[in-house]
Structure formats: structure tokens, C-alpha cells
Design a protein around this ligand. Sequence first.
Ligand code: KG4
Ligand code: ZN
Length: 356
Amino acid sequence: MLVLGIETSCDETAAAVVARDAAGTGRILSNVVLSQFDSHALYGGVVPEIAARAHTECLDVLIRKALEEAGVALGDLSAVAASTGPGLIGGLIVGATSGKALALATGIPFLAINHLEAHALTAGLTDGIRPPYLMLLVSGGHTQLLWVEGIGRYRRLATTIDDALGEAFDKTAKLLGLPMPGGPAVERAAMNGNPRRFNLPRPMLGREDPHFSFAGLKTAVRHAAAKIAPLSDQDVADLCASFQAAVSDSVADRVRLAIRSVLPLSPEGAPRNFVAAGGVAANKTLRTTLIGIAGEFGFAFRAPPLELCTDNGAMIAWAGAERLTAGLVDGLDAPVKPRWPLDPAAAKAAGAGVKA
Ligand code: KG4
Ligand code: ZN
């Protein structure tokens, strides 16, 4: 089975070809990603209209490149998969329409992929991990703990009541004058910093519900920075290191709670896996923390390689291959969905500005 995957939900234009054999093993034949950082840098954040136009300008070239690198012709494909939500509607329309047009022209099935499901299933492609498993999804738009029961079956255990973790990294970077994307910039600066210099709050620590909150932490960084302005490079490094330490402590507390809640759901004797995905899962301080917690509870920690943690086409193609195998094909009238929670039944988290 050969699936072309198209990703255009935010500020990365991506296309990839993934093969899945009869045993369910995946192989990435090509994975082409073009980031739009430069197009948005001037504005300090992703501008939806600029993003949509940039996708339109380069998607056809990227798809051709992905097919060429894979050594695959359009006629060899089994299906075309495109992320159709959640995300910025303009970009989603570009990717979905391109995918549908290719599917129509070649007479193969179209697969409408939930971008979050694609992140959630990546561990199957990279590590051969099969559900059930616990998943921490930490990206620019989402911060969720999920119990992955199977394809299309997710139990959302926790979400953020305000900012996503990647958003908190990006806003912290911006207020400290660091370049976009903020996460890697904060991580780089933190390498030379003292994580104990600033005593920042540990949001939600000890709370009984496992939800996240990062808006207050970001504001605390702003106040700490204002107190000692103008900032030296060392001040910025110490603020970044202290921010990362607070994030790690907060996430660790939330993850421990979630692991305790899924212990009874893990079948006796079955492998216990804890998977992290999304751009922030690339953060080494966070990874080290998560490996430690997984170990505490006898869970194996898995995180896709860095280039598959951030948005890419291979994860879309793989989710497509998994869904095609399960017979879950979509029509050419499949809508794009800017909001598309993986677990529509999940109760709303109490708090202001709740995200799905
Ligand atoms: O999954 P992703 O590529 O895109 C979506 O948001 O769906 O995640 C991007 C986010 C950005 O907020 C970026 O700053 C953050 O992931 N990020 C990181 C790191 N690399 C990317 N945050 C912390 N440390 C990193 N090394
Ligand atoms: Zn993503």
C-alpha cells in the first residue's frame, strides 16, 4: 500500500509518500517539509492568509518532489490523504482540495485526516507501537493527554484551559526578544541558563483534574523580565531555563496523574507505552522528564524522531494508510474542519478560553 500524505493545517507545507506492508509495518519513502517561518517572522506569529497563500504557491512542487524522491508515479498510489482539520481553514482548504483533485484524477480513494490523529498514530510508523497507549500531544495549538484505544477511538484525559504549551514557548520567546519559532530558541538560550534563578509558578501543581494551564506562567516570565530590564544575554538564558524547569515540573505532575488514571485500563501483561508527539516533544528537558516519569510507572517512553514530532506529511500518509486498511475511506465532499476534537464526548475543562 502506497499513500501520499499532504499537510497544510498551519505554517508547514508538507508532502510525503509512505508504504505500509501487509504485516502493518510502515516505511517512509519520502518526506518533504517546507516551513514558512520567514513569511511570518515580520508579524511575530502565523498570519492565516499569508499561510494559505504560501501553501498554494508551493504545494504542487512539494507533491512532485515527494513522488520523485519516493520513485513513485501518481498511478502507483493506493490513496491520497490530506489533513482536513483541525487548523487554519485557508490552509486546510488548499491541502484538501489538492488531495481531492489528485484522487479524482487518478481514480483512487481520498482520506480526510484529523491532524491530531496523525500525531497520535505516528508511533505506529516509527516504533511499531499499537494501541492502547497513553499519549501526550504538545504542539503550538494543542496540549492534550489522550488514551489511544484504536484508530478513531480516543479518550481525552486532559487539555489546556488557556495557552497550548508550544504557544507558551512562542510567547515567552517573543517577550524575551528571541526569534521564531520560539520553542527551539528558548531551548537553545536555556542551555546556558540557571533554572533556579527565577522561582516561577508551577501551574496546576497538585490539582486533582489533570488539565494544563500555561498563560499564568508566561505572564510570570513577563513580570520577572520587567523587574530586571534591560535584560542581558545571561538574564534571558536564566529566564528561559527557569521557564523550562517550571514547564517540566507542571507537565510532570499532570502526566503522573494521567498515568495513574490509565493504569487500570492497561490490559494485564500488555506492553505499557507512553508516547509523546507534537513540536514541543522535541524539547530535550521535557523529554528527559517524561522518560523519568514513564520509568517510575513501568511504562516505556516513546517519542518519534524530532523531524516526525513537528508537522510533516509522513504522519498524514501513515494515518491514511491505517485508515485505508481499516476500510475508512472518505468522499470527495469531505469538509475541512477548523475545530475537530479527537474525543467529542470529552467534558469541557473548567476555565477561561478553553481549547478543545
Ligand atoms: O506540532 P507542531 O510542529 O505544529 C503544530 O502546532 O501543530 O508544533 C509547533 C510548536 C511551536 O510552538 C514550537 O515553538 C514548538 O512546537 N517547538 C518546541 C521545540 N521545537 C518546536 N518547543 C519547545 N522546544 C523545542 N525544541
Ligand atoms: Zn501538529
